[in-house]
Write a protein that binds this ligand. Sequence first.
Ligand SMILES: Cc1ncc(COP(=O)(O)O)c(C=O)c1O
Length: 410
Amino acid sequence: MPNLHKSKYHKSEHVGSGQEKSKHHGGQIYQFARSQQLPIFSALTTVLDFSASINPIQPHVDWQIIQQQAQAALLHYPDSQQIALKSALAKRFQLSPTQITLTNGISSAIMSLFSAIKPDKTLLLTPIYSEYQRAAETYSQQVIELDQGTLDQIDITDISDINQASEQTARVSKALDSLTENSIVVLVNPNTPEGQYRSPSALQAYLDTAHKKQSWVLMDESFLPFIGFADHFSVRPQLISYPKMIVLQSLTKYYACPGVRIGALFSAPHALDNLAWPSWPLSVLDEHYLLQALADEQHETRTDDFLQQTRASFVKALEDCDCIESVSPSSANFVLVKTTLKACELVSRLAEKNILIRDCNSFGLGAYHCRIAIKSTENNQTLIDALHIIAEDFPALDDMTPDETKGIAP
Ligand SMILES: Cc1ncc(COP(=O)(O)O)c(C=O)c1O
């Protein structure tokens, strides 16, 4: 049985931040509906949820066929070998079916992996998806958080004299040096909440160091399909030579289906066969939905075309809003914005209009950042219009007197 006593085990180098962060998620539409006393069905169909980054392009599926298939299969257990789905995914991600383990969503896979490995040390490149922090806090003896910026700023192949190194470089070097066979290094690419993509070569030095130490590497590529499926975008080709590297591939973002719970772990062939895993992680409905979604050959082109056409104009429209100070460059289907009024204030003003965006305070980014998903052109425009109306009530930062700007982050 996994040890569930956080306080007994856990030693974090970011004391005090974890508990707060780990409670937060985007996509809380049910909670929102209850708080507003909205009937759930009405909330599901009317609330504009920009807080979860779900592909606005839905794959073409035939619900009548899915219903028939699921209904016929309802009286039986699902295929425990998941042959059809694994081969469809293998084709899509250029892998062998023996490299695929299916899970009921990546969030639950994160918890299962940490509970199986019970790492003595976890290295998180932060800010990071909160489930990694929650899992590390629960199962890891020690958690070390390094800022994601170190991936670009510090050449770890060139730290010859630790005594001469800057404080930050010395910290990174010490953290990497302390990795053990039972440590986990977690990277998310493209990252969240920023949506910045790094090529495998840009991450190689970190991967090589973890490999040398024989540590586990969890590489979360959940948003990578929004960049492309080609092998060179991914670390997937390296899986064969690194049995302790696992790629976590959420399927709920790209295939627009967080309501069904389905994700995949990619590894070296059979590398995860001995993991304690539920026998039937997926329901027949999950399987039939995803099989059809994967069979839609136009989904990739439609998604790419849509993002190409929409992202730049959405970013420009956001930048033109007085309550948005800046928008970080993103390669994904969401953007991180810096706000001119407190993010929590903006979130609650938008919530009054049934629009949800994600306050990024819990990512450790301070009080002035939000993550906003890119949705349909029409939905995006509704958000932009709402932001302009809200901005009318709040003077733009530039126009504020020094007294008014007190307490506002730079
Ligand atoms: C980086 C990242 N990985 C994984 C997940 C989990 O996805 P799911 O549990 O829907 O598969 C999320 C959800 O927001 C995420 O942001």
